[in-house]
Design a protein around this ligand. Structure first.
Ligand code: SAH
Length: 478
C-alpha cells in the first residue's frame, strides 16, 4: 500500500487550494461540500468561482502569491489546474511537512482523493492507489447500491449510546455482540426504517445489556467453510460472510493468500494444514482446538481448500463436533475438480461421450484395497483424480490394468483458478510426463474423452490447440 486511507479533521484548519479554470472549480465544490474551510489562490486571476452565499463564510479568496504565502495552520495543500505552480507548491508543502495533492500527478502528491460514499457518519473511501479513478468510481457505485440508505443514521444512533454501554459492559467481545444484536434485530430495523423514536425507546428499555448480549449468541459455533480452489471471487457470499464474522479461523495450507486476505483484520488465524512433506498438527488436535474455541464462545471458521466434504476430512470434523455438542454449519465450496474443469474448459460430462464422473483420491493409489481400478474401465466415465501427482505411474498402471486404452485423453491441471494456473494434456501413456510439465502442485488430473474439448492451457508453450495435441498423438499411435 503506498497510500494509507485516513480521515482528515476539517475543523483543524484551512485547506489551501491553488489552480485555475474548471479543474479548480470542481475541486472547490468537493472541498466545500465536505465542509472544509478553504483559502483559494486562482492563479489565472479569474475569481468567478461560482460560489453560493453560504460558502462565503468558509472560503477566502487569497490575493498573495501561493509560493510565498503564509501556510501556518494550514492542514493540506491541493493543486488543480495549477501547472508548474502545482509542482513548485508540492516541493514547498513537502518541505513544510504538509500533506499535498497535485491533481493527476502522483509523483508530486503525498496524498490522493478517494472516491467517497457519504452517508452522514458513515463514510466509505475507495482508493486505487491513484492508478485508476474510474475503477474507484465503479467500486463506489457497487457500495452505494449495497448500503442501506439510513446507515449513517444507524451509526449516529449507536454513537449516542456508546458511552453508556461502554460503562455497562466491560468486556469488548460481549460489547461487540451487544451491538451486533442491536443492529441485526428489531432496533436496527427501526432505525433503518426511519423510526428513531421507537428504536430509542427499545434500547433504553434494555435493563441488563450484558444479559441481552449473551442471549443473542448463547455460545460459539463452528462453520466448516469451503474456500474453493484459489480465486477469491469464487468464494460464496455465505463463505465471505462467515470469514467476516469469525473470531478465529483454522485454515489449511492449501487456502490461497488472496482468500486469507478476506478474513477480518482482527481475527486470529491458525494454519493447521498438512502439506506434502510437512506434517500439520494432526486431525485430533484440530478437532480439539476447534471445539475448545467454540465452547469458549468464539465464532470459529474451519476453512478448507475446495469443498469441505470432498477429500477434506469434513466428515470426521462434523462427527467430532456432534459428539461434543457444538453447534456447526457447513458452507460448501467449489471443489478443485470443478474449478479445474471450468478454468481449462473441460466439460466433465458430454452428451453420449461422457455420462458419468468419478472423483478419486490417489492418496493410496498403490493400495488395491483402497482403489479398485476395475470399476473405472467404462470409457464413458470421466475420472477426476485428486492428490495424483506423485502417484501418476500407479494411476496409469491401475487404469491400464482396468482395460483403459493408453490413448485415453488426459489433462493435468495445476494451481487451477490461480494466476499461475497451468495445464498439460496428452494421453494416459504420457501421464507422468504431463505431471512434470505443469511445474508443481496442487494439481488435479482429468482422464477421459472429454479432455479433447479443453480450451486454453495458459502457459503451455505449445501453439497447438488441445484438440490438435490429442489428434496428433492419436495419429502417431496409429
Ligand atoms: N477439499 C479439496 C481437496 C483437498 S485434497 C477440494 O474439494 O478441492 C488436495 C488435492 O486437491 C490436491 O492434491 C489437488 O489434487 C487438489 N487441489 C486443491 N486445490 C487445487 C488447485 N488450486 N488446483 C489443482 N488442484 C487442486
Amino acid at each position: 500500500m503506498r497510500f494509507l486511507p485516513v480521515f482528515l479533521d476539517l475543523k483543524a484548519g484551512p485547506v489551501v487550494l491553488i489552480g485555475a479554470g474548471e479543474l479548480l472549480r470542481a475541486k472547490l465544490r468537493v472541498l466545500a461540500a465536505a465542509g472544509a474551510r478553504i483559502r483559494v489562490h486562482a492563479i489565472d486571476g479569474n475569481h468567478d468561482l461560482g460560489l453560493g452565499a453560504d460558502d462565503a463564510a468558509r472560503i477566502d479568496i487569497a490575493a498573495a502569491d501561493p509560493l510565498t504565502a503564509d501556510l501556518s495552520g494550514v492542514i493540506a495543500v491541493v493543486c488543480a489546474g495549477a501547472g508548474d505552480v502545482g509542482v513548485a507548491m508540492s516541493v514547498r508543502a513537502k518541505a513544510l511537512g504538509l500533506p499535498v495533492n497535485v491533481m493527476d500527478d502522483l509523483e508530486h502528491s503525498s496524498f490522493i482523493f478517494p472516491a467517497i460514499v457519504d452517508r452522514g457518519d458513515v463514510v466509505v473511501a475507495v482508493g486505487t492507489g491513484g492508478t485508476s479513478p474510474v475503477v474507484a468510481r465503479r467500486v463506489r457505485e457497487k457500495i452505494e447500491a449495497l448500503l442501506p440508505a439510513r446507515i449513517g443514521e444507524l451509526a449516529e444512533f449507536i454513537g449516542g449510546f456508546r458511552k453508556s454501554i461502554n460503562e455497562r459492559i466491560a468486556e469488548f467481545p460481549l460489547r461487540r455482540r451487544f451491538w451486533e444484536r442491536v443492529i441485526d434485530g428489531p432496533i436496527g430495523a427501526s432505525v433503518l426504517a426511519g423510526r428513531k423514536g421507537e428504536a430509542d425507546a427499545a434500547l433504553k428499555a434494555i435493563a441488563d445489556p450484558s444479559a441481552f448480549a449473551r442471549a443473542g449468541k448463547p455460545e460459539g459455533a463452528v462453520a466448516l467453510v469451503g474456500a474453493g480452489p484459489g480465486d477469491p471471487d469464487l468464494l460464496t457470499i455465505k463463505a465471505l460472510r462467515a470469514l467476516q464474522d469469525a473470531d478465529i479461523v483454522f485454515h489449511d495450507e492449501l487456502v490461497s493468500p488472496e482468500i486469507l486476505d478476506r478474513i477480518r483484520r482482527d481475527t486470529t488465524r491458525v494454519a493447521v494444514g498438512r502439506r506434502v512433506g510437512k506434517p500439520g498438527i494432526g486431525q485430533d488436535a484440530i478437532n480439539k482446538r476447534m471445539i475448545e474455541a467454540a465452547q469458549s464462545g468464539q465464532r470459529v471458521v474451519r476453512l478448507k481448500g475446495g469443498d469441505p466434504f470432498v477429500f477434506g476430512r469434513g466428515g470426521e470434523e462434523v462427527e467430532a463436533l456432534r459428539a461434543a455438542g457444538v453447534a456447526y454449519s457447513i458452507i460448501p465450496g467449489i471443489t478443485a475438480g470443478l474449478g479445474g474443469a471450468a478454468d481449462f474448459e473441460v466439460p466433465l460430462t458430454y452428451r453420449h461421450e461422457a455420462t458419468r464422473i468419478t472423483f478419486l483420491t490417489a492418496h493410496k493409489a498403490r493400495d488395491a484395497e483402497v482403489v479398485d481400478w476395475s470399476t473405472l474401465n467404462d470409457s464413458r466415465m470421466t475420472v477426476v483424480v485428486y492428490m495424483g501427482m506423485t502417484a501418476a505411474p500407479a494411476i496409469r498402471a491401475g487404469l491400464f490394468a482396468a482395460g483403459r486404452s493408453p490413448e485415453t485423453p488426459v489433462g493435468v491441471f495445476a494451481r487451477v483458478t490461480r494466476p499461475d494456473a497451468q495445464g498439460a494434456i496428452g494421453t494416459l501413456r504420457d501421464l507422468p510426463e504431463l505431471v512434470r510439465r505443469t511445474h508443481g502442485g496442487p494439481a488435479i488430473l482429468i482422464i477421459g474423452d472429454v479432455v479433447r474439448h479443453a480450451g486454453s492451457l495458459r502457459r503451455e508453450t505449445s501453439e497447438k490447440t488441445p484438440k490438435q495435441i490429442i489428434s496428433d498423438l492419436l495419429d502417431a499411435a496409429e
